[in-house]
Design a protein around this ligand. Structure first.
Ligand code: ADP
Ligand code: ASP
Ligand code: MG
Length: 435
């Protein structure tokens, strides 16, 4: 963005610094050890000293959720999901209690609350639950008594008292949901980068920080793998008008503000590149080419709460088709089991699974009215010697599945081909879609 006729970000952010109720979310790296927890505690105390009410949402210490998942999956690939959630949600309890201990030790007043103590009510299955409702009474009571309230991210509880988790990266969603329920003035997402960039700054050194990003663009980036914000956190923020800022927990720098992308926003053609290494590809070869077959496969996957992303169907021989689709790696064992049963019923070929894939995407709201964007992406990948295995497009993105070893190369090449290191020029807004 050239920002010439926009209010400088710093001023906008200053406005929200002077508010009364702030939700601050700290990710795993920000609470990775005692020193970092102390840094978070000091930030919380600083915000309180300015007269704000502060609710903190914390994730598990970095690496902890992965460690807990491994403890379960070392026993079985298909653990009982109730017990799985009971186990993997515990990292957040530890981090929140440690943070409260630290704040209290520094002379402050903090109370940690797990989801059941708030309560944060779950709906849907285990492992990927949604937040149905958040009761705010307990939090408000503690805030009134001067406490910093430290709430576990990633967790929700159902009427039976069972703990559910919200999907990997779900603490962002906890924070925004709490901010929405409390009608907080801002939800600050503190992480290990100082904002949202045009691509992951950890793999693309040319990536440029974006001062303001529209809900739609960050939603698309998040859904395409840019894990800086959990996708549902952005949906919730948009639907409930929550002001979200992405900031560094290590440095005091202006971050990225998520804003309404109205007409005043620049409609850049490509605003970012994202990648996702968390998907796997399943192929059912030689499936009969007749009505009802796709539903026979995708209905049971949906019923098992397995999210299917890309789907490609290619005619193989007369009367048959190969069905290829992608799921999250963590769902692969369950998806393979279901697809295997369907393949047997259909007398299809042996199912194949490929874990060595990555999805690379370019995103931009101005793509709606620009021609040749997809072609430029394919050409850039071809020049870099990267083969495209699957393609999917929407109005504001193009995604390609490639072999995962080319991820970093593909991200950098696309970033440079679309000149994302330079501030982007707004594209003339025209009707119609011309990818
Ligand atoms: P936290 O533990 O704080 O929730 P995450 O690891 O979930 O942090 O998210 C932050 C990470 O997101 C960064 O370290 C960065 O590698 C990654 N990331 C991916 N795409 C982007 C992007 N476009 N802008 C900023 N960070 C990104
Ligand atoms: N600790 C959880 C995870 O690693 C939730 C989060 O970090 O947001 O996925
Ligand atoms: Mg995260």
């Amino acid at each position: 963005m050239d920002g010439s006729d926009q209010q400088p970000f710093r001023l906008k952010y200053k406005e929200v610094q002077e508010v009364a109720l702030i939700v601050q979310k700290y990710g795993g790296t920000s609470v990775a050890n005692h020193e970092r927890i102390r840094n978070v505690a000091e930030r919380v105390l600083k915000a309180q000293r300015k007269g704000n009410d502060v609710v903190v949402v914390a994730s598990a210490m970095s690496g902890e959720t992965n460690r807990l998942i491994k403890l379960a999956t070392d026993i079985t690939e298909l653990p009982d999901l109730r017990e799985y959630d009971a186990l993997i949600s515990t990292g957040e309890n530890v981090a929140c209690a440690l943070l409260a201990v630290t704040i209290n030790n520094l002379g402050g007043k903090a109370r940690s609350l797990c989801a059941a103590q708030v309560p944060i009510w779950a709906e849907g299955g285990f492992k990927d639950a949604l937040i149905k409702d958040i009761e705010t009474e307990n939090i408000k009571k503690l805030l009134k008594q001067g406490y910093a309230v430290v709430v576990t991210g990633f967790q929700a509880v159902d009427e039976k008292g069972d703990i559910h988790t919200l999907g990997r990266g779900g603490s962002d969603t906890s924070a925004v949901a709490i901010a929405a329920a409390l009608k907080a003035d801002v939800c600050e997402i503190y992480t290990d980068v100082d904002g949202v960039y045009t691509a992951d700054p950890n793999i693309c050194p040319q990536a440029r920080k974006i001062d303001e990003i529209s809900y739609d663009e960050i939603m698309e980036m998040a859904s395409l793998g840019a894990k800086v914000l959990h996708i549902r956190s952005v949906e919730l923020a948009k639907n409930h008008n929550v002001k979200v800022a992405v900031l560094s927990s290590f440095e005091d720098k202006p971050g990225t503000m998520v804003v309404e992308g109205g007409d005043e926003m620049e409609q850049v053609i490509v605003s970012g590149v994202a990648y996702d290494k968390n998907e796997a590809k399943i192929t059912l070869p030689r499936v009969p080419d007749r009505p009802g077959v796709a539903s026979m496969l995708f209905k049971p996957l949906g019923e098992a709460h397995i999210v299917v992303d890309m789907i490609v169907q290619n005619a193989s021989e007369e009367g048959y088709t190969d069905m290829t689709f992608t799921v999250r790696k963590e769902d692969l064992p369950r998806a393979k089991k279901i697809a295997g049963e369907v393949a047997r019923k259909l007398h299809a070929g042996e199912i194949r699974a490929d874990l060595n894939i990555a999805k690379i995407s370019i995103i931009g709201v101005g793509m709606r009215s620009a021609a040749g964007v997809a072609a430029k992406m394919f050409d850039t990948l071809a020049r870099a010697g990267v083969n495209i295995q699957m393609i999917s497009t929407s109005e504001i993105k193009v995604s390609c599945v490639i072999e995962d070893k080319y991820t970093e190369l593909a991200v950098r090449e696309l970033h440079s081909a679309f000149e994302l290191h330079k501030p982007q020029k707004a594209h003339a807004k025209k009707a119609g879609k011309k990818k």
